[in-house]
Design a protein around this ligand. Structure first.
Ligand SMILES: Cc1cc2nc3c(=O)[nH]c(=O)nc-3n(C[C@H](O)[C@H](O)[C@H](O)COP(=O)(O)O)c2cc1C
Length: 303
């Protein structure tokens, strides 16, 4: 079975998961191609018997450019696809909307998979609830998912029914939360960036890190508003912290948001879907990653 996995991954968690799914598929069928979303040529998709698409969860859903990729796919009638994502505490509606978009194109979704993973974002806390995830057990589950796909997809192609484990409907609360987080709102809540031209070394890492070419170092302001997906990796990737922004308003929200996330993780833990690897009461709500990033650079400078 000719299989392709397409992956978008900024901090490597989804890619790690994709590689494990691929290992599972390869152990059963000998081969499986893996390609970055940015490099995918949609004209080759029809050459594959099974295609998978994986991405991180951003704002309870697939990143906006992944959504656009799905919307722009050609007709997929009777093509077999699977979807997967990595995320911190709340997967939200990601697997649901990715599957729905594929089904609208006529695809048959033969699997969906999600995995808990560490978070990297200027307004996030570190370490946090999901630091240390995915662990070896979770990655082994990803390999098993790949093996299951290799087993079930040919059987589905031959007409066997009811082989795909059902995806539980999303929680109504999260459907509402995700619907409110539109690209327009994200643009509004992410603070404006400025470039400190005195410290900027023009390495252009911010530009190359941006998955949607939404950044222009020579422009003022440098963040090209459209089509920013709000990932903020440009900020974390800057080796001189020259992309300056005031994250304190977003970070202030951590005092409410982390207990909210803990609620969902406790629920997942009670269902046997998540295993705590840390003490959730040990978080320092005010020490977010952007501050840590600045501190590290300062320490490096004084060495
Ligand atoms: C801007 C941003 C928004 C995020 N939103 C969510 C979210 O809504 N729910 C969640 O569980 N994790 C969220 N995360 C965490 C990522 O989904 C998680 O770290 C993911 O594993 C990153 O994947 P990658 O390493 O493949 O880039 C967010 C991360 C970023 C940077």
């Amino acid at each position: 079975m000719k299989t392709l996995i397409i992956v978008f991954s900024q901090s490597g968690q989804t890619r790690k998961t994709a590689e494990c799914i691929r290992d599972g598929l390869v152990s059963m069928q000998g081969e499986c191609d893996l390609v970055e979303l940015a490099d995918v040529d949609t004209s080759v998709l029809a050459d594959y018997d099974l295609v998978g698409l994986g991405c991180p969860v951003y704002y309870y859903q697939e990143p906006f450019h992944v959504r656009d990729f799905l919307e722009d796919l050609p007709d997929l009638t009777d093509r077999h696809w699977f979807v997967f994502c990595s995320h911190g505490s709340i997967m939200g509606i990601t697997l649901h909307t990715m599957s729905e978009r594929l089904e609208k194109k006529g695809a048959v979704v033969v699997g969906h998979y999600h995995i808990y993973a560490d978070v990297c974002s200027p307004f996030a806390l570190y370490p946090s609830y999901t630091t240390g995830h995915p662990d070896e057990q979770e990655l082994e589950e990803a390999r098993s998912f790949g093996m299951d796909l290799a087993d079930r997809t040919p059987r589905i192609a031959q007409g066997e029914k009811n082989l795909v484990p059902a995806l539980e409907p999303p929680d109504e609360e999260l459907v509402k939360e995700a619907a409110a987080l539109t690209p327009e709102i994200i643009k509004f809540i992410i603070p404006p960036y400025t470039i400190n031209r005195e410290t900027c070394i023009k390495c252009r890492t911010c530009e190359t890190t941006c998955p949607v070419n939404g950044f222009d170092i020579d422009a003022d302001p440098p963040r090209v508003q459209d089509p920013c997906i709000g990932c903020s990796y440009c900020v974390m990737a800057c080796p001189t912290a020259s992309l300056e922004a005031d994250w304190s308003l977003m970070a202030a929200h951590n005092h409410e948001h982390y207990p909210y996330m803990k609620k969902w993780l406790d629920k997942a833990a009670a269902q046997g879907e998540f295993r705590w690897r840390m003490d959730p009461d040990s978080l320092d709500y005010d020490d977010y990653m952007y501050l840590q990033h600045l501190r590290k650079l300062k320490e490096k400078k004084s060495d």
